[in-house]
Design a protein around this ligand. Structure first.
Ligand SMILES: Cc1ncc(COP(=O)(O)O)c(C=O)c1O
Length: 378
């Protein structure tokens, strides 16, 4: 129950023991088609350019940024969490100039600030993090942000690593041009093949670049040869990871994407109600709370690292601490994919309650359990 990887569904693990076929085998090409179609369903998009990028979430992130940002382009990135910083590094390596829209760690971007940054800098590309794993903040007002960008003729890249398959995400309806994600969070799949989708407008920019992108491996104009109509060799696909993501995405479709969002909300609401009744606060305001990653404030006098070690040692349960500006101040408790179930929340409450009591914290574990159960019964 940390910030990912989440527990992998047994069906996904089983799919990973399927014998390998070649990456151009007709049966594998059918699997590729199925993965792309299921990925469109999960992203809520009709984008033709929807593929699993070989590598972890950072690979799909770099495929997005490294192809969209050309030398001399300006990219607007957020400062309200760890992953905006990674966007900046990638945009700079692509030869872009980076400008910022500021918000404190633990808060979302304000559309007024985004508007001001656009008026001042006229960026070509705007990146934002829909679900910031470092702070537990969900960015609201996404359609407002994308329409500001489009009024300025810019393209929007959304980091959906911790939202895809877990919290509401509407790539097409919200006007997102490019979204990248990772499989190891709300899709409950091992890292290795990472979802990416681009609309035609974004792909037009990619295909009309003056200079090749700096990465050969992640050059989408070349990857298009394999994942597009030709199905021609570019690099050997990670076959086992493609089996895995197909099975993970089939599980999404079987559950139904909206039901899945609702399950995450219901289970994480119980977790939230439980820790709050125990006497702990959550870092983000309720309006920006991210069900898939709960940033719980560490109570005064408690050493976060010790509590995390206690939970791991005594219960074999993984949770994480804060990063950067929030190091030592929060616990990061994931509620993602297959791990988002009542049994795990109850287990977490027992383990965390005991770890905090062991340090003499003033927590009411019984009240926490009562609130959690009440919430689960709703
Ligand atoms: C919001 C966000 N973006 C990007 C990444 C990078 O993904 P990966 O670590 O799979 O490369 C992560 C990983 O945790 C993330 O949480």
């Amino acid at each position: 129950m940390g910030p990912g990887p989440s527990d992998v569904h047994p069906r996904v693990l089983r799919a990973m023991s399927t014998p390998l076929v070649g990456h151009l085998d007709p049966s594998f090409i059918e699997i590729m088609n199925e993965v792309q179609e299921l990925m469109r369903y999960t992203f809520r998009t009709d984008n033709q350019w929807t593929i699993p990028v070989s590598g972890t979430g950072s690979a799909s992130m770099e495929a997005a940024i490294g192809n969209l940002v050309e030398p001399g382009d300006t990219m607007l990135v957020p400062t309200n969490g760890y992953f905006g910083g990674r966007m900046q590094s990638m945009a700079e390596r692509a030869g872009g100039n980076v400008v910022h829209v500021d918000a404190p760690w633990g808060e979302p971007l304000d559309p007024v600030d985004v508007q001001e940054a656009f008026d001042e800098h006229q960026p070509d590309v705007f990146g934002f993090v829909h679900a910031e794993t470092s702070t537990g903040v969900k960015q609201p007002n996404v359609p407002e942000l994308t329409s500001i960008a489009h009024d300025h003729d810019a393209l929007v890249v959304a980091d959906t690593v911790t939202s895809l398959g877990g919290v509401e995400l509407e790539v097409d309806d919200w006007g997102i041009d490019v979204a990248y994600s990772g499989p190891q969070k709300c899709l409950s799949c091992p890292p290795g093949a990472s979802p990416l989708t681009l609309n035609d407008r974004a792909m037009d920019k990619v295909l009309s670049r003056e200079e090749d992108p700096r990465s050969w491996y992640l050059d989408l104009s070349l990857l298009e040869g394999y994942w597009g109509e030709d199905r021609a060799y570019h690099h050997t696909a990670p076959i086992t990871n493609v089996y895995a993501i197909r099975e993970a995405l089939r599980l999404v479709a079987e559950e139904g994407i909206e039901n899945r969002w609702n399950r995450h909300l219901r289970v994480a609401s119980a977790l939230k109600a439980g820790v709050e009744a125990m006497g702990l606060g959550l870092n983000p305001e309720d309006e920006f709370w991210l069900p898939s990653l709960n940033a719980v404030l560490v109570p005064d006098g408690v050493d976060a690292g010790e509590a995390i070690d206690y939970v791991l040692e005594h219960y074999d349960l993984e949770i994480a601490g804060g990063l950067g500006a929030l190091a030592g101040d929060i616990f990061r408790i994931g509620c993602m994919g297959y791990s988002a179930n009542p049994k795990n929340v109850s287990f977490l409450m027992t383990a965390l309650g005991e770890a905090l009591e062991a340090q003499g914290a003033d927590v009411d574990v019984d009240a926490g359990f009562a609130a959690m159960r009440e919430q689960l019964q709703e």
